[in-house]
Write a protein that binds this ligand. Structure first.
Ligand SMILES: [Zn+2]
Ligand SMILES: [Zn+2]
Length: 244
């Protein structure tokens, strides 16, 4: 199983990349998690074909995680996609996703592929060989993280969340954890040391820090703080495939 970070920034885009969004893939399966930045371009830069997307997962309906959904669908339409596209999220997020897609009347485009909105809640589904388990996290609005399992490897994305979020049972022993980290107290977010503590509690193999500020010095400080509590912490490069 591989992961590509399509962006690793927090709410503000900048030279260090766009908002946090991921691609999770394995032969026969491509999952995009959240829709921000320029998804089709970021996938192509990552060596992935946007037309291969099997599933779009949305963590929550904050603008930095969902705004590019209509553009992604429009791109796929113009690129000639024919097979259906599944979009899965919790019900509150799905409602916003549906209204964004409808705002541009995308389902009325002549010959557009079928779009299925799947209310995933805290359930699970399979996208080819990748099994996805959804779980709720604490972030002020309904938000879900995901554990991906494929051929004995496990990857967890905690999404935007604060440290009161319980460690989901499905995530224990993840080979890699993707977790947000921000500086300064924010009620609905986690600090670098809280992200590191989550990785330790999960018995994760490594920790990828995301949802980061643009400033490089602040990024270095975040990495240092996380490494002090969990040495296998890293800030992932964007738009390259990383083996889990
Ligand atoms: Zn958020
Ligand atoms: Zn966010």
């Amino acid at each position: 199983m591989k992961i590509a970070f399509l962006g690793n920034s927090g709410s503000i885009q900048g030279l260090e990349g766009s908002n946090t969004a991921l691609a999770v893939c394995e032969e026969g399966s491509l999952i995009v998690v959240d829709a921000s930045g320029s998804p089709a371009e970021a996938l192509t830069r990552s060596g992935l074909d946007p037309l291969d997307i099997d599933l779009v997962l949305l963590t929550h309906a904050h603008v930095d995680h969902i705004y590019a959904l209509p553009s992604l669908i429009h791109n796929l339409y113009l690129m000639g996609r024919k097979r259906g596209l599944d979009i899965a999220a919790n019900s509150a997020t799905l409602e916003i996703a549906r209204s964004l897609v409808n705002a541009f009347a995308l389902p009325l485009k002549k010959g557009i592929f079928p779009i299925a909105f799947i209310d995933l809640g805290e359930g699970s589904l399979d996208a080819g060989p990748i099994h996805v388990q959804s779980f709720a996290v604490n972030h002020g609005i309904p938000t879900n993280g995901f554990t991906f399992t494929c051929m004995g490897r496990k990857l967890t994305y905690m999404a935007d969340c604060n440290a009161s979020t319980p460690i989901p049972a499905c995530s224990i022993g993840s080979d890699a954890l993707v977790h947000e980290a921000c500086l300064g107290f924010k009620a609905d977010h986690s600090s670098p040391s809280e992200a590191a503590e989550c990785a330790s509690a999960m018995k994760a193999g490594k920790l990828f820090l995301v949802h980061l500020p643009q400033d490089r010095q602040q990024r270095a400080k975040i990495l240092d703080e996380a490494k002090a509590a969990f040495p296998e912490s890293t800030i992932p490069e964007i738009m390259e495939q990383i083996e889990i």
